[in-house]
Design a binder for this molecule. Sequence first.
Ligand code: NAP
Length: 351
Amino acid sequence: MKKVFVNGYGSIGSRIVQFIKDDPEIEILGIGKYSPDSKVNEAIEKGFKVFVPEKNQNAFTNFSISGNIESVLDEADLVIDASPGGHGFKNKKLFYEPRNILSIYQGGETIDGENAVSDLLFNSRVNYNDAIGKKHVMQGSCNVTGMGRILEPLRKKYGDSIKRFDVTLIRRWADIEQTEKSVPDTIELTQSPHHGEDVKSYFGKESPLFVRAIKVPTRQMHLHIMDVRFNGNSPSPDDIHDLFANEFGVAVLWAAKGTKDVREYANTMNFSFKDTNMIHIHANMTTSIDDTIQIMYSDDQTGIVIPENHMLMQAMLFEKSYDEAFNHTEKLFNMKEKKHLLEEHFAKKEN
Ligand SMILES: NC(=O)c1ccc[n+]([C@@H]2O[C@H](COP(=O)([O-])OP(=O)(O)OC[C@H]3O[C@@H](n4cnc5c(N)ncnc54)[C@H](OP(=O)(O)O)[C@@H]3O)[C@@H](O)[C@H]2O)c1
């Protein structure tokens, strides 16, 4: 059985390990914690072994930790790094590369320049097969993953008849459980956002994609406002919604008033971590004007990348075909059922 270690137990690491612990094809060695806080006992209570940095072990004497990260990594076949942005690169150099371990990195890293963790930015919908045989791969961030889920089906169907994509990312400030982070009363302007370049890493540098981003004081979800311009008349809103009817990880909702409605419904339905693990096209906002389609969709920032990590893990660890990996991920995440429930609950209200 292949052994997997999850290094980092924050918003992303805690979710990844909670889902993939139920995968019978792998053994979870444990999780890496860096601060001696209440999350250590939370992880232990959930049945995970906790490992800490060797040089910091003394700080954890009041906790039942299982050893140090350096030693447990010697046993791992694959590590999922879920550290704060930029630390993944340092971990690669210090720990993963010297041990020759397969490694997955998260969206706060980069694939450009001297701090690149990989030359591949993964999106299962676009480049699943490219991850097979790779040692180090970066999972795209939540915004990049969400954009890929919309753009790939559009590109596949409409190809050269699309003239350009203009996207405004309205990003959440913090995650719901990041209570230590305050949410200031401001709209922050993001200079030179990385998201467009990240998407272009798989769509090609010359793709006509233009991205701008702001951050707003909410914890619920991101919202993307996308204008797709065509050569000639644009398709109708119904054409666009039909295109996503059978797409993995895309729900088409009509009656959600805002992002909080979606999160609250996920909570009511006991979806793990209040996550939907997908994006939600707000169909009542789709408009077709001459050559342009305007689309809005919300992006479950914490949830969307979790099934992606599971798909990526299967490509790297078992070299599975896309279909095999997809079916296995579906068993753990029940994405089809969640999509169906969301679409039913937020269905179009007939007048
Ligand atoms: N949050 C999101 O919505 C989201 C979505 C997509 C992608 N991402 C990406 O996922 C990554 C993790 O983000 P997050 O939101 O989960 O961060 P987070 O909640 O701040 O958690 C980071 C975790 O990493 C641990 N850590 C600290 N130093 C570390 C090190 N040197 N090596 C390994 N782990 C270390 C922290 O441990 P202690 O708590 O013990 O100090 C904490 O458990 C980032 O690259 C981020 O950009 C985040």
